[in-house]
Structures are given as C-alpha cells and as structure tokens.
Design a protein around this ligand. Structure first.
Ligand SMILES: Cc1ncc(C[n+]2csc(CCOP(=O)(O)OP(=O)(O)O)c2C)c(N)n1
Length: 723
C-alpha cells in the first residue's frame, strides 16, 4: 500500500496528474494514514498531530485505540471516500467517482481476498459504461499477496496467464509486477505504473480528439508481493512474512514477551527512521519534497471531499409537472411517470452532474420520459434495434444492484447528484451497502472538514402490493426496516401517496445533503388524492388529517395510513364506514414522512407532542394501515402516549401471484379488515357495527370466489372511486 502510494505521488509530480487512491484492503489503513501524514495533509486537517516527535507519538497512539481513529481507511482519513471495512466495493466506488470527471484517475487497489467477493467480481464491467471522452479513468491494481485472513486466495494461486485471460474478457490489458526484493519491485512497478498512466492518457486523448467507435482496452496492474512484506520473516520459529500469519498484526504480545518486543524494535529500525526523520522527529525535507503539493496531494484532492466541488442541482419548477386532480380519488394514473418527467427535465438542465442508476427497469418503472433527454449508457457494440442506447447516454442501467448503488455512492461522494431506482424487493440486495454508506455519512458529520455531499436518493417501486403477476419473490418491503434503524441524522423515509406528493418529495430530496433518502411508491395506475398545492403542504407537514374523507366532530377512532396502497384501503374503509355506520366519528391521517412518527428526541423529523396529539389524539384507538412490515410502525411510535392503542396492519409475508386486492386481503390490510378493526376497537358501536362485520365477511367470501374464477378483482373493488 505504501509502495503504491509513493509511486502514484511520483506520477502526480511528473505529469501534474489528478489522482485519488482507493484502498480496497481495509487493513491497509495505516499505510494511507502514514502517507497523508508524511505529505502534510494530516496535520492540516488535524493540527494536534504535528510534524515532529510529539505529533508522531500522538499519531501512533491514536491508531485503533479508544478515542482514536479506526484501523481502516475511514472517514477521518484525508483523501479517502472508501473505507474497505466491508470488502467488495472498491471498484464500484472507483467507477462512480470517475464518471463525469474527465481529468480524474482513480487508482483502485483490490486485495486478492476482496477480489473473491460477488460485488467485486461483478464490478469489473464498469469499463463497459465508461466513456473515455467525458469520464475519467479507473486504474485497477489487483494486489496478490496470496492470502486472506487464514487461507489462500483464489487469484493468488492462479497463473498469470489465467488472470490475464480473465481480465482481458472483462475489458482490460493486464500488466504484471512480481517480486520480493523492494529495490527491484520499485523499479518495475514505477515503469508499469507510468506505462499504465500514459496508456490511459493516450486512450483519452485519442477519443477526445477523434471520437471512438470501439471500447478501449484499459490497463490494469497485477502486483504480486509477499503478504506482510518486510515484516519479521520468522517469529518463534514460525514463518510470518509471505504467509497468512502476517495478516493485520504480524507480531503480537509485545508487552508481555521481551523477545517479541525486541523483534518489534528490530523490525521498526529496519526502516532506518534516523535517515528519514531529523532529531526533532520532522520528516526530512529531501523526502517530504518528493510528495506533490497543495490539492494535488492525494490526501487533499477535492474529489475525495466531494462537498468542496458539489454544485446544487438546477431543478425545474416541479409544480409545472403537476398532474391535474380536480377531485380526490377520482383520477387513476401511474404516479412514477410524473417523476420520469421531472428526471427528464433535470437531465436537460444538468448535463454533467446528474445520473439515474437502475437495474434495467427505467421503462418498467415508468420513468421512460428520461429517454426524451438522454439514452441508456452502453460503451460497447450498438445495434440498430437497440432502444435509446448510446455511448453518450447518461441513464446507467446495469442489472446489478451492487453496481448501481456503488456507482451512485462514488458519484455523490465526489459531489454529484443522482437517484437509484429499483424494484422494492431487490433493494434488499444492497442492504449492507446502504448500511455502510449510512455509517460513512454519519461519521463524516462529526468531522468538520468533511463538507456535506449530495444525498443518496432511492426510489423503491414495483412494490410488494402490486407485484401480483411476479409473485412472492418480488414481494418484500424489508429495505424500510433496514433504513429506519440507521442514525436519525442521516436517514429519511417518504411514502408519497400519489403523483403530486411524489414530485414534492423528490424535489425536496434532490436538494438535500448527506442523507439516505428513501422514497417508496408503486408504478401501477393508482388513484390520485392531492392537488400540487395540497401535496406540497402535506409533504411539508409530513403527516396530516385528510378532512375530506374524515367525519366531523371529535373522533372516536383514527384511521391512519402510510404508503399508496395502504392509503387506498384506508380511504375506501372510510367510505364504507360513512355509509354503513354513519354515527361513527373518525379522522383519516395520512403519513408521508415516516420519520415524523417517532418522538422528536429520536428523530429530527419527529412531531412534537402537541402535533402528534392533534393527529392521533392522546387516547383514541388508531387503526394504522402501513405499506411495510407492521413492526416498523410499532418501533417508530414507541414512546408516544399509550402506544398500545395503535393497531397496525401491513405486509405480513403473505405473497403469491394474485390480484392487487387479493394481496391486501391475504395480508389482512383490506378496506374490510380495516373496517372490522374500526368496529372492533370502538366499543360504542353495537348493532350497525355487527351488520358491517357480517357484510365484510360476505364480500370477502365473494371476492375469493370471484378472483379464482375471473383472475381479476370484483368490479366494485377494481373501479372504486370516492363518491
Ligand atoms: C465482506 C467482508 N467479509 C469478510 C471480511 C473479513 N476480512 C477482513 S480482512 C479479510 C481478508 C482480506 O484479504 P485481502 O483482500 O487479500 O486483503 P489483504 O490480504 O491485503 O489484507 C477478511 C476475510 C470483511 N472485512 N468483509
């Protein structure tokens, strides 16, 4: 890791190159910290870590100790936008950083252990989406030290020929550097790195001067050096250098074992510190001057602190794209089409700093309006029959949620904007990436010099309620469960009930910084509830009473809902209750901003007690229909007055191929189930309530027979509108 750093420095100096370093093997963190210290950036960001003996001592003592810094390349490491703690993502992050950064070269160091992960193996294909005219370059440096924690690595035991063949198939020309004699490896690596850099620049100059018709073959370096190179060769008679035993801490128990302590001293002295540092612990100028200066230092490169470069999006006026809703619950349309129009206009106004990332579902998710402004990006052979595919396209469709997520992370961490649109169920493929990104953003908030970056926005569509034709595999709202457990400072969850609310929410999210914004809404035709003005006011409040479908007077019960299908069933339940038990007084409360539910000391969006009581009262039963797993609502309202009065219906893992209404019946969230709950939890209702209960049972029985025979819902359900 050190070797690579100083040779990149050499290239930066020689060519005034704009390079950032991404360290895949997380345990190489100390090397990155050491180098940013030696080049001076560390002391600029952390003035207490001075460039003298006291500073060195403070630097060493804070390493991986309580109150200190993590052992990985983490948010406090200047020059870093990639931690490497959870292995697998270094190449996807590198490509995300390189997109639309034509001058930037991202050196991505990949451990041979990391190279075994699914995401890493799946991310070589980034070059097939990398346009040499408008994008920067990624230089993969595959480091084969032969071992993971305890076992051999797949690539470490593979021949050069096989590795070269693999990389060739992925679109790279591999250059090998191998050895264990530092003096020799320095020379061969210097030459290989310089050649690779010049090859990158030649590819780019050629494409930028004359265009390109076939995808360039990009260089990749493969470096074989011993694991724990230059650490003690043997400890207690056992071989360490070049073996798995060198992983992380090659020499332990130095406090208790004088022989080990002696070995440690010998090892440290083998680097001849007295030649490198003066008597006061200052790095000697003749070596310090080898590093680049100013923002060319990799620790200071602004791309690795993307907020320094971020420009807010030029957003169109979303009210111009509003859908017409003359009366609530009478117009049906596909809400995500309105978002597609917004994204199209964003593409037009922001030609170089916005991208949509999607696993080949842009059309399926009804976002196809973007193709009026741009194409799908594909840097490979194009065919006549392709639909909106070009080398210059800016819609990033790759059937890999890992790539979509990782590219967007790299893109936003370097200061640009985007949206990841995906089928709801398959967002869980990247649960872990979302979690790691949330940690990164959270950590950055506590580091003053880390500037805020554009938020990572998710659109989850093709939701569990409307995957009736795909069936159980496509039904799963669990990504919400993952997100709501993350730090309140970095997560936001929105469930817009219709198109205008979706526009208002998207506009808000695309202006925000340093959050994970989750937006959940289905793509199928759905009833529209709100005018644009109403939607904006409702979304700004986060949750409000819908008077038009509530009754007058003090409510005896609250019908609450969050999510499009949950809203439909709740409003339809309100309609039924008004007809069949007109004496019942209730309010319908719609929640757009899920994080308005917890108490305000648990989330910054949490309603204050008075606002919460104004919606939910202090003591009345609440029948809550929720888009996702019911436990999420119970978790969020914990601590609110008398939280036992909340009776939540939601997705309870009943999935299959069936009709839309059958899905809500199977999960017991249908309008009839909600009516049953309303009657059950309002003790004052007697005979009329009982009549409604039996009528609900009768319709549910009729429904079952009808869908099995006709494969569609009862007309009175399918065509229901508010009247
Ligand atoms: C996804 C993931 N799985 C497992 C681990 C635990 N782990 C930490 S380091 C390591 C071995 C890494 O080997 P390699 O990538 O070759 O790095 P190096 O040998 O340079 O340390 C493993 C398995 C992890 N950090 N991330």
């Amino acid at each position: 890791m050190n070797l690579i750093y100083v040779h990149l420095n050499r290239i930066i100096r020689a060519y005034d190159a704009n390079i950032i370093y991404m360290a895949g093997p997380g345990h190489g963190g100390p090397a990155l910290v050491a180098n940013v210290y030696l080049e001076g950036t560390y002391s600029e960001f952390f003035p207490a870590i001075t460039r003298d003996t006291a500073g060195l001592r403070a630097l060493f003592r804070q390493f991986s100790t309580p109150g200190g810094i993590p052992s990985h390349v983490s948010a406090p490491t200047p020059g870093s936008i990639h931690e490497g703690g959870e292995l697998g993502y270094v190449l996807v992050h590198a490509f995300g950083a390189a997109f639309d950064n034509p001058d930037l070269v991202v050196a991505a160091v990949i451990g041979d252990g990391e190279a075994e992960t699914g995401p890493l193996e799946g991310s070589w294909k980034g070059v097939k989406f990398l346009n040499p005219v408008r994008d920067g370059a990624v230089l993969p440096i595959l480091h084969l030290n032969g071992y993971k924690i305890a076992g051999p690595t797949v690539w470490g035991r593979e021949s050069d020929a096989n590795i070269a063949a693999f990389l060739q198939g992925q679109g790279y020309e591999a250059h090998f550097v191998e050895g264990d004699d530092p003096a020799v490896v320095h020379r061969t690596f210097a030459a290989a790195l310089e050649n690779a850099y010049l090859r990158i620049r030649a590819i780019q100059s050629e494409a930028r001067a004359h265009g390109f018709s076939t995808r360039p073959v990009w260089p990749a370096l493969v470096l074989r050096t011993p694991k724990g190179w230059t650490c003690p060769k043997f400890v207690d008679g056992v071989r360490i250098e070049g073996t798995f035993r060198a992983h992380q801490v090659p020499l332990a128990t130095v406090r208790e074992n004088p022989t080990h302590l002696h070995l440690l001293e010998e090892w440290m002295r083998s680097y001849r510190p007295e030649e490198l540092f003066d008597a006061d612990g200052r790095f000697r100028a003749e070596f310090a001057d080898l590093a680049p200066s100013g923002d060319r230092r990799m620790g200071a490169n602004p791309h690795a602190n993307g907020g320094r470069l971020a420009v807010p999006l030029d957003l169109p006026d979303c009210t111009q794209l509003a859908v017409d809703v003359p009366r609530p619950a009478t117009v049906r349309l596909e809400s995500t089409r309105a978002l597609g129009a917004l994204l199209r206009d964003i593409y037009r106004r922001n030609p170089t700093n916005f991208r949509l990332f999607c696993p080949d579902e842009t059309n399926s998710n009804r976002l196809g309006a973007v193709f009026e402004a741009t194409d799908r990006c594909f840097v490979g052979p194009l065919l006549d029959i392709d639909d909106h595919v070009s080398h210059d396209g800016r819609v990033m469709e790759v059937l890999s949620e890992h790539n979509c997520h990782g590219w967007l992370e790299g893109y936003t961490l370097t200061g640009r904007h985007g949206l990841f649109a995906t089928y709801e169920a398959f967002a869980m493929v990247v649960d872990s990436m979302a979690m790691q990104h949330a940690k990164w953003l959270e950590h950055c908030r506590r580091i003053p010099w880390r500037r805020p970056v554009p938020s990572l926005n998710y659109l989850l569509t093709s939701t569990c309620w409307r995957n009736d034709h795909n069936g159980f595999s496509h039904q799963g709202p669990g990504f919400i469960d993952n997100i709501v457990t993350k730090k309140p400072s970095v997560v936001r969850v929105y469930l817009p009930p219709d198109a205008n609310a979706l526009l208002a929410v998207a506009d808000h999210c695309l202006r925000s910084e340093s959050y994970l914004n989750l937006i959940v809404i289905d793509k199928q035709p759905q009833l529209q509830w709100l005018t644009m003005a109403e939607a904006r006011a409702h979304c700004a409040r986060g949750a409000s009473v819908w008077e038009w479908c509530s009754t007058d007077g003090e409510p005896e019960i609250i019908l609450a809902c969050a999510g499009d299908t949950a809203t439909l069933e709740t409003v339809a339940a309100a309609w039924l209750l008004k007809r069949h038990v007109p004496e019942l007084r209730f309010k319908v409360v719609n929640v757009v901003d899920l994080m308005s539910l917890p108490p305000s000391d648990r989330h910054p969006h949490g309603m204050d007690p008075a606002a919460f009581a104004a919606l939910f009262t202090l003591d009345k039963p609440v029948v809550f229909a929720f888009h996702g797993y019911p436990g999420v609502i119970h978790q969020l309202i914990h601590g609110r007055p008398d939280s036992d009065r909340f009776h939540v219906r939601g997705y309870v893992e009943e999935g299959t191929t069936t009709t839309p209404f059958d899905m809500v019946v199977l999960n017991r969230m249908s309008r009839f189930h909600l009516c049953q709950d309303a009657v059950r939890f309002t003790p004052s209702l007697t005979s009329r309530g009982a009549t409604l209960l039996s009528r609900a049972e009768e319709i549910l029985a009729r429904h079952r027979a009808y869908v099995t025979e006709h494969f569609e819902d009862l007309p009175e359900i399918r065509d229901w509108v508010w009247s």
